[in-house]
Ligand binder design. Structure first.
Ligand SMILES: Cc1ncc(COP(=O)(O)O)c(C=O)c1O
Length: 373
């Protein structure tokens, strides 16, 4: 007997309103029951080709090297940095939340000399501040988080930042883990060198795949590396070999996860990307109004507040962790605690993909209303 006291899995049905994963549409769940096939099966290879077309359409890019890596968002992060950085390269990392710190940590582990530009948690960078930091040195790469899930802030002016980065002959890596599929991401228009994401947030597939796209400029740098990529598993040239015409074996990718991602991407296309962004934005506005009325005003100023992830102030009269636990145990609603110095000050509430619905907002606000009373 296991500690779950059952031979059959009987996991709870949760309303997932945290920073990810989001709930998965039943259509996506159903395809996961399709029998898995081999990683070199012609059917799966054909599916990859169609998945690539769908990924390009949501990244808004024509990049040939556009794949879904076997791994979570962190594998996208690690692939971007490990493939572009060679030991001793100087890089600049922007940090205004936890995921910026993670970028800096990974860059340093793959051998880069890391400089950091930081701003307080919850703030975003000005183009001028980044321009100033880029003047210090010749950097091979600059990395930035588009949607900082730890604070709920959306970095604005990505195109202007990109222009500045490229004027300094530096590559631009953008983390779109939380933004892709929820708010506009324009890889070609913004001239991004590598953008990566995750399947389980605004795309609403289960976690386990990391969409990634690589510009011709970045691809050229990767192809001309003088040292092999330190990670065998995340070597993007090997991915190109597997996803490309030669279909060289690299690893045994999960057909079940690709069925799910393919279906979730198709559903995004059916909804139409722009309509999906409007749904996220309209629902976020309803949530924000309701939170204000409950005395839990959003922490981030409206100008750069993320519709997909809201940090809501915790009223001083309540224990944030008790309320969060009660939401889970009494109402089956998952929200998350704040991060770092915001830990006891805010809750993090996600409205991503399939989870972004008026029913879920009504349920959450009603439950919070009872718990705060
Ligand atoms: C902005 C951002 N980057 C990277 C990650 C890491 O993704 P994962 O947890 O899927 O590895 C996350 C996860 O929350 C994230 O929010």
């Amino acid at each position: 007997m296991t500690t779950l006291q059952t031979n059959e899995l009987n996991s709870p049905q949760r309303v997932l309103l945290g920073p990810g994963p989001s709930n998965v549409d039943p259509r996506v769940l159903r395809v996961m029951a399709t029998p898995p096939i081999g990683h070199l099966d012609p059917y799966l290879l054909k599916l990859y080709a169609e998945e690539q077309i769908l990924l390009r359409s949501i990244f808004k890019t024509r990049n040939d090297w556009t794949f879904a890596l076997s791994g979570t968002g962190t594998s996208g992060m690690e692939a971007a940095l490990a493939n572009l950085i060679e030991p001793g390269d100087s890089v600049l990392i922007a940090i205004n939340g936890y995921f910026g710190f993670r970028l800096a940590e990974i860059a340093s582990r793959v051998g880069a000399k890391v400089d950091r530009i930081e701003c307080p948690l919850g703030d975003i960078f000005t183009v001028a501040a980044i321009e100033e930091a880029l003047k210090n040195k010749s950097y091979k790469l600059f990395a930035l988080v588009h949607a900082e899930t730890s604070t709920g802030a959306e970095q604005l002016n990505i195109k202007q930042i990109s222009d500045s980065v490229h004027r300094h002959n530096t590559l631009f890596v953008l983390d779109t883990v939380t933004s892709l599929g929820g708010i506009p991401v324009e890889v070609d228009e913004w001239d991004i060198d590598i953008a990566y994401s995750a399947s389980q947030k605004s795309i609403s597939a289960p976690s386990g795949l990391a969409p990634i796209t690589v510009s011709p400029r970045a691809r050229n740098i990767i192809e001309k590396r003088s040292t092999p990529v330190s990670s065998f598993y995340l070597d993007l040239k090997a991915y190109a070999g597997y996803w490309g015409d030669s279909h060289l074996y690299h690893h045994t990718a999960s057909a079940s996860l690709h069925y799910a991602l393919f279906t979730a991407l198709n559903m995004i296309t059916e909804e139409v990307l722009e309509a999906r962004f409007m749904r996220h934005s309209a629902n976020a506005n309803i949530l924000w109004d309701g939170l204000e009325k409950l005395g839990c005003a959003p922490f981030i100023p409206i100008q750069y507040r993320l519709p997909v992830l809201t940090t809501a102030r915790v009223p001083s009269s309540v224990n944030p962790h008790t309320v969060r636990n009660q939401l889970l145990t009494d109402y089956n609603i998952e929200i998350a605690a704040g991060f770092g110095e915001l830990k006891d000050k805010v809750w993090r509430i996600g409205l991503m993909g399939y989870s972004s619905s008026q029913e879920n907002i009504t349920l959450l606000l009603a439950a919070l209303n009872l718990l705060l009373a």
